[in-house]
Design a protein around this ligand. Sequence first.
Ligand SMILES: [Zn+2]
Length: 284
Amino acid sequence: MIRRCRLGVVAVAAAMSLLSAFAFSACDGSSHAITASPAVEPSATLPPAEPTPEPTPKPAVTPAPAERPPVFADCDSPALEVRRGNSTRQMVALTFDAGSDAGYTSQILQTLSDAGVKASFSLTGEWSEAHPDLVQAMAAGGHLLMNHSYDHPSFTGLSTGAGPLSTQQRIDELDRADTVIRSITGQTTKPYFRPPYADFDGSVLCDVYADGYYYLVMWTVDTMGWNGATAEEIVQTSLSRAKQGAIYIMHVGSQSQDAVALPRVIDGLRAQGYSFGTIADILR
Ligand SMILES: [Zn+2]
């Protein structure tokens, strides 16, 4: 059934130029490529998003609804929602959200360095201002940096009970965060945006694209570390749900055991034959 299909989208062109794009759809193990213009139709067949409230000292989190309605973008150039990378290669991408405390960030960077793994970090501007040394270490380690907004508001208001941000407020959030991260590392977070609380709709896809964020990066596997999963459970989830092109979401904060599980996750995925890449790598 189409509702069980996992869709991921791969931009074949260089990340900054969306000259051509293909959507790879894998349903119950089979996969095939279809051509698609960047972004609108695929959303209609995506599975419901798993809730990923970040453990931040922000307003109480409301879990995302079990059934996410189809997302349609009412503009010519919406950002591409990415839930999975290239499903034809034996590669996965580890991503880490940073928006609460520094937590296990140093340990995670050491584990990644020891294992020779390049990962991707989604950072808020506030977190980056508080931990510039860690942001610098991420960049120096060759990891990819994604924009996670300045102070982690819900762009739609869904998870926070607030109203939706205006287009200008959304752009300000992105630009403030990017300015902070660029001042620390010299590199931009464009074109990768991960929405706080996983909240987005068609208008968000349009607004972030207009600001240079061509990819709205979701995930394939949520380790549930943010939700209290034990290290053992995180390892089990990560290894049992591995698939080609999978994007994993983990968190750096002290409330999650993702860092504790990470060495075993990396070893286990390698034993299954997977290599590791950044979000840019896995979209190729
Ligand atoms: Zn977050």
